[in-house]
Design a protein around this ligand. Sequence first.
Ligand code: CMX
Length: 435
Amino acid sequence: DYIKEKIIEIGRPKAEMVKDLLKKHGDDVIQDVTLGQVLTGMKGMVSLLTCTSKLDAEEGIRFRGYSIPQLQELLPKVKKEGEPLPEGLFYLMLTGELPTKEDVNQISEQWAQRSQGIPPHVFDVINALPKDAHPMIQFNTAILAMSTESQFRKAYLTGMDKKDYWGPTYEGVMDLISRLPVIAAYIYRRVFHNEQYIDIDPSHDWAANLAHMMGHDTEEVHRLMRLYMMIHADHEGGNVSAHATHLVGSALSNPYYSFSAGMNGLAGPLHGMANQNVMHWIHKMMREIGSENPTESQIKEYAEMTLKKGQVIPGYGHAVLRKTDPRFTVQLEFAKKYAPNAPLIQMVDKIYNVVPGLLTQTGKVKNPWPNVDAISGSLLSSFGITEYPIYTVLFGVSRSLGVLTQLIWDRLYGLPIERPKSQNLKWFVDKVNYQ
Ligand code: CMX
């Protein structure tokens, strides 16, 4: 596997640098921490080493320095006018270099091959759950059930050198990423399509295969799925799914345990579940207003009611971003190009016209602008994937690309167990001389 060779070549000097940096500058002060930061979710506190991507409050995500529009130009595609292949983004996050078409094909082939290795008990475990168990419960249960295959655990027990931990981690990561679309599609067909399962097509790329196995095997859904899988892949290290994966991984838990932790976080309504909740919010609004095509002033009134009830408007706001999320914008552009008359996209536009103003008026929301989840469900729905409880699962399949790549780097760097200090309320009170 030449990708593995490449990782050693790039990773070893970087790992040495981390050690040396620590030795020479371990006691240097890099930032002051305020009480406010600790008590509001550690926002802005630099406390993680993440190399796969970086989030700027104004311009949004960059993967290894490249913005989404740049990657749309630079990453290999099936067709010139199409969307980049997520395999290419994975390669970029893993190596820091832009891939060739051949690199991308090699990963597509490897993943199609590795996806065949899911042990039968994983499907038994899914089938043992009630069909109405939320798809994220089924997804995460399957991820944990797959950890019986962990190569890391086996290698650890045989007693390997710490320096080599990244190797079996890489194998586990490649297996896991390859198998997630099969699991996601299985759950989708089980819950929503009468258990009519569709086999993988090894000639397809990873994202197209997911669409194919879900039963949406058209070129336009392949294209949409590639876009979706690219934009949800990573959002630097501190978001709940990335941080949870890293944290649990720091105990040398295998990639399945680590990723499962991240997925439990993604299932929260303030994180990945927001994409489903946006659809719930829109449908409830249409029901309550009694129209599929509410006016902007009706939407405004409904949104005001949501706020009055002390609830959040899903799809809006962000812990880091302070402008419209470029992942929202790229989806809106895609929708305007390929589905300009879709009613749900027009609805997204109308909501976009009224909600930021309302959130600004509250005086407390730090970012009134839409995030990735404000449109992703409406876009999927407009292309026929209307069963919205599956949306967070799709987010999760994509998120594996970034957080599991970082897990390989955590092992390459030899990062230790994470163990921040906690204090009780009295300590904080005394520290600031609170009267
Ligand atoms: N609607 C209503 N109120 C909101 C809001 C929204 N969309 N976004 C933030 N607020 C409120 C917060 O609840 C908080 O209220 P209190 O002070 O009464 O507790 C206040 O504004 C300040 O919050 P903030 O500093 O602006 O936001 P946080 O960093 O604490 O939280 C986020 C960020 C995303 C959880 C929040 O904006 C939110 O709940 N948004 C809606 C859910 C959502 O879309 N989540 C998906 C995010 C993207 C993803 O991870 O997929």
